[in-house]
Design a protein. Sequence first.
Length: 170
Amino acid sequence: MLSLLPLLLSAATLSAPAPKSASALLEAPDRHVRTLDGRVQRLLATGVKRSPTFAALMASLNTSDVIVYIEPMQTLPNTLAGRLLLMPLNSQQRYLRVQVALAMNPDEMISIIAHELRHAIEIADAPDVRNETGLVKLYERIGRKSGLPHCYETQAAQDAARHVRRELVA
């Protein structure tokens, strides 16, 4: 049984390596953004196909030591559409869990996933984030408190969601 450190991060353009092929981002056994849910897998595929920013977020994570698992949720705290949780370390690999509310249309869900993937990149870019203490220090430095206890927000994550949303509706 995994014990999750329940530090929540509520759901930009970025400078990332050139995106890998859609197939590599979505299907490669060593991909860093994963899901067991068919609906989320389809959302990831749509995001990669329709949004260069979304594809760049996924490509950036593929070059990191962070693996992100995305799961849909029937319920989240009232003020959240998505959240990110840091899972405890077993090795050098860092694992994050993204939860996304189901009560949205597909484009909104893709935008929220992009928002949370940007948070995952913020963590990937901070090698000292290996536990809850490191995560809190990072977000006290780069973010601002947002609503619920242990919730933080960054401008980069908000910008990523807006940018992806614009690409999806274009």
